[in-house]
Design a protein around this ligand. Structure first.
Ligand SMILES: Cc1cc2nc3c(=O)[nH]c(=O)nc-3n(C[C@H](O)[C@H](O)[C@H](O)COP(=O)(O)OP(=O)(O)OC[C@H]3O[C@@H](n4cnc5c(N)ncnc54)[C@H](O)[C@@H]3O)c2cc1C
Length: 483
């Protein structure tokens, strides 16, 4: 099979690039090594649409952050993905911190961030009564926002597929070789041909670069641990609350999520294993201690889960965007650490422009449709809307997840839409079944049953997240059972 462009990596960056490519008369494909998309950094991050005052002026991070922030509202609307411009604050706890805020304000202005203002403590408490009484002020950025990162990734890929792009999951790129003018992209199971390649492989983008002889950058993992609290804590703050940044990152934040939970974290720790997404007692302890410094009233008895995200830190310190060394038909979208989620909608058109510059013919498609069909969300519907939906399809009348009010109809939609959900976690990312207080205790078995039925496989072949992560390992009763 010969493609014009193969995008390696199904995170938010690959998703936005595939969508951008689908505006043109091209045969494009996205290759993802996992069983689903949005399983790397785009699954586990702070979900903040940064205003853009952190990055050094003149860097790619600064440029794409501010442009991506401005684009996010339209992209989220077109893809029917939750987004809220809730604003963000950086708190100052000392006179030295106040100086940092002033530096950030000036830096933000230079980057083109509008409406930045330093607030006195009274102004902060008026906006956010739960903030610590120890503060000396805050930098207020009304253009800061929050978004659902995995819905954005999935939504972008679905929209690209509706516009003719293709997706292959479980395709781990292990080699790239040249065949005339084309690339042969190799996985252990199969090969595909493509005239151009985009490298959006997150933490592994340096390994993809080395496959074409480019060793100009390397990427190392930096762990960030989080604790997510239930909806009783979700209204403690309205804006995203940061502490002053350090050289290791933006510090511990406290933020509402678009789904009404409260998120606290992340830590920042350089590690060596690119696959180590364990949480640690020490990391979570640090998250709690620092988060209550900003918002003392957080009740950590309402934690519902903890998780780790791995930042893809490039040795250059900035995004690596441009043609590979010695291989102009492979374009890197690499080293996309924070603010990569915010920047993705702006990185995508730049990558397509670079592909055009490298010789890819770009003829716009007349019938490109930017809008994704909204995913039905029973929990957000009025009684009248619910009744109409149940009349149309009674499976929307059966609640599968009680905590989040998710129906069987939504689980079926997740399994039968593109990109399809094939595991319990894939259903969870698309519907929120299992994301509530009981964390899947009630709905887990039902989701397994529905997946087995719809995919035509035995229940014990249903996985949590692909590979060998089977949900059921054997019988406890009856024939072959232990009891
Ligand atoms: C702790 C943390 C907090 C963050 N907070 C924010 C924030 O609040 N705001 C913000 O703007 N940004 C934030 N970021 C950054 C943001 O999450 C990332 O910049 C963004 O998700 C990167 O997307 P990506 O597509 O480049 O990478 P990923 O999402 O990691 O996707 C890369 C994909 O490539 C696939 N892949 C790798 N190797 C291969 C291969 N050989 N073959 C096929 N596929 C392959 C992987 O499986 C993966 O799915 C945060 C990141 C972290 C880790």
């Amino acid at each position: 099979m010969k493609y014009d462009v193969a995008v390696i990596g199904g995170g938010v960056v690959g998703s936005m690039i595939l969508r951008e490519l689908s505006r043109y008369q091209l045969k494009s494909i996205l290759l993802e090594r996992q069983e689903d998309v949005a399983m790397g950094a785009s699954r586990a991050n702070s979900a903040i649409v940064h205003a853009g005052f952190d990055a050094k002026p003149g860097t790619k991070k600064a440029d794409f952050n501010v442009k991506g922030n401005a684009l996010m509202e339209t992209v989220a609307k077109e893809l029917s993905v939750p987004f809220c411009r809730n604003g963000s604050m950086v708190l100052a706890f000392s006179d030295e911190d106040l100086e940092t805020l002033e530096t950030l304000r000036l830096r933000g202005e230079e980057n083109g961030v509008p409406m930045l203002r330093i607030l006195c403590p009274e102004e902060v408490w008026e906006k956010e009564p739960a903030i610590s009484r120890e503060i000396k002020g805050a930098l207020w950025a009304p253009t800061g926002g929050i978004v659902c990162p995995y819905e954005l990734t999935i939504g972008g890929i679905e929209n690209a597929m509706d516009n003719g792009a293709e997706l292959k999951t479980n395709f781990c790129v292990t080699g790239i070789r040249k065949d005339g003018d084309s690339f042969v992209v190799v996985s252990p199971e199969e090969e595909i041909c493509a005239s151009y390649i985009v490298n959006a492989a997150g933490l592994f983008a340096d390994e993809i670069a080395r496959m074409v002889g480019d060793d100009s950058f390397s990427i190392s993992p930096r762990r960030g641990e989080y604790e997510l609290l239930d909806k009783t804590q979700g209204t403690l703050v309205h804006a995203t609350i940061f502490q002053p940044p350090t050289k290791m990152g933006k510090g511990i934040l406290v933020t509402p999520t678009v789904d009404g939970n409260l998120l606290t974290g992340p830590t920042s720790e350089d590690i060596s294993d690119k696959e180590d997404t364990e949480t640690t007692a020490a990391g979570l302890d640090k998250v709690q201690k620092l988060a209550v410094k900003s918002v003392p009233g957080i009740n950590y008895r309402n934690v519902i889960t903890a998780f780790t995200g791995l930042r893809a830190c490039p040795d250059s310190g900035d995004f690596v965007i441009g043609p590979a060394k010695g291989e102009p038909h492979l374009i890197h979208a690499a080293g996309i650490e924070s603010p990569g989620l915010t920047s993705a909608p702006a990185i995508a058109p730049e990558i397509v422009r670079l592909l055009g510059e490298a010789g890819l013919p770009l003829h716009p498609k007349e019938d490109f449709c930017p809008n994704r069909r909204p995913f039905p969300k029973f929990r957000e519907m009025s009684d009248e809307e619910r009744e109409a939906l149940v009349q149309q399809d009674p499976r929307f009348g059966k609640i599968v997840c009680r905590c989040e009010t998710i129906t069987e109809g939504e689980v079926l939609e997740a399994i039968h839409r593109n990109p399809p959900a094939r595991s319990v976690d894939a259903v969870k990312r698309r519907t929120r079944a299992g994301m509530g207080r009981c964390q899947g205790g009630f709905c887990g078995p039902q989701v397994v049953e529905i997946l087995a039925r719809e995919l035509g496989i035995p229940m014990d072949e249903v996985t949590k997240s692909g590979g060998k992560s089977r949900m059921l390992t054997g019988k406890t009763r009856g024939e072959g059972g232990a009891i």
